[in-house]
Design a binder for this molecule. Sequence first.
Ligand SMILES: Cc1cc2nc3c(=O)[nH]c(=O)nc-3n(C[C@H](O)[C@H](O)[C@H](O)COP(=O)(O)OP(=O)(O)OC[C@H]3O[C@@H](n4cnc5c(N)ncnc54)[C@H](O)[C@@H]3O)c2cc1C
Length: 365
Amino acid sequence: MTYDIAIIGGGIMGCSTALRVVAGGMKAIVLDQGDLGQGASGVNAGTLSLQIKRVKLMPYALKGHHLWEEMGAAVGFAKTGGYTLAFNDREAELLKERQTMKAEAGAPIEFVSNNRLRAAEPGLTQKVVAASYCAEDGYANSSLTGQYYRGCLQDAGIEYREQNAVTAIKKLKAGIFEIATPQGVVYAKRLLLAAGAWLKPLAALLDVNLPVNARINTVSVTERMPPLMSSVIGHATGLLTMKQKANGTVLIGGGWQGRGTPQEGRGEVDVASVRPNLALAQYALPALGDARVLRSWTGFEANVPDFYPLAGALPNVPDAYVLGCVRGGYTIGPYIGQLMGNFILGREPEMPLFDPGRTFQEDTI
Ligand SMILES: Cc1cc2nc3c(=O)[nH]c(=O)nc-3n(C[C@H](O)[C@H](O)[C@H](O)COP(=O)(O)OP(=O)(O)OC[C@H]3O[C@@H](n4cnc5c(N)ncnc54)[C@H](O)[C@@H]3O)c2cc1C
């Protein structure tokens, strides 16, 4: 059997695109080297915060937020609102500059007085000099990603194969892709590479060099604590995100780096990197000093030098596409997957995609 499209990578990007192309009439198969949603999509911090999104990606993040809200309890969605804090004048300036740009890009972000912050979050340190608030912010439970999307694929009648690593791809004369896995060969008219931090070696199977790098982000979780905060809390530098789940545990992240490479497995926690992350969390919320950290873990987040997504046609390979390297991709994934699906279906996407064949220049705003 020849599928209309084979999607390699069953993370949030691959699964959300699969749902859209199949809704548009295509016959699709999703292949994953592990289980669905066990890559970055299943180990991330789950923060759905417009305050930590890149300005140019704000319209995509706003759409993503609405989709998470619709998924609701099935993904552990909670709209709590979120505060971003500055502890000195330099951070306050940074906060003002960044959040003003994000507000201008459409995020409902406002600056709030210390009195309002203290009334809402009395457990926070008194050392806050400036704070912003976004009522749309919240979180979902990333460990439910795989289970959720597996159910969606099943409901839509989409075939998926887990534990099926793609090891070779050939384009046959008839224009069909022959995709080899140790469990057998799959034939498809089109191909979507959605392999997250593993995109570079996957594209290399088609002789395409994608400039993909991987960051190794760390997340930590505490034991169950009495109620300490009700909103998502971040820091002006982006080096802290934290939220307390309904079960009392506190999830702490902020992009602190672990060790390892995607090829080697899941990566290792670097204690020297976790310590300052936890210290910043405790500085913001002193009662965390009483909490034991139960576990820290890492996950691989893909990016390209300009930190914008790869979303569009794969250069030099007709009928092949790539979707990945989306900063804040947990938030934006469900929406950019729909855009990608529309593009593959030959429909005009509602918002522009991000040409994977562009020249990459560093850009950090
Ligand atoms: C620790 C961490 C914290 C994060 N926190 C947040 C956050 O709070 N908020 C937010 O918005 N974003 C966050 N992100 C970013 C977000 O998780 C990612 O942008 C998003 O999940 C990427 O989805 P993906 O589908 O591209 O990749 P992945 O979820 O990694 O999926 C790629 C899939 O491809 C499969 N694959 C790879 N190679 C092959 C192959 N050869 N054959 C078959 N299958 C293959 C893998 O098994 C994997 O399942 C975080 C990321 C990390 C790592």
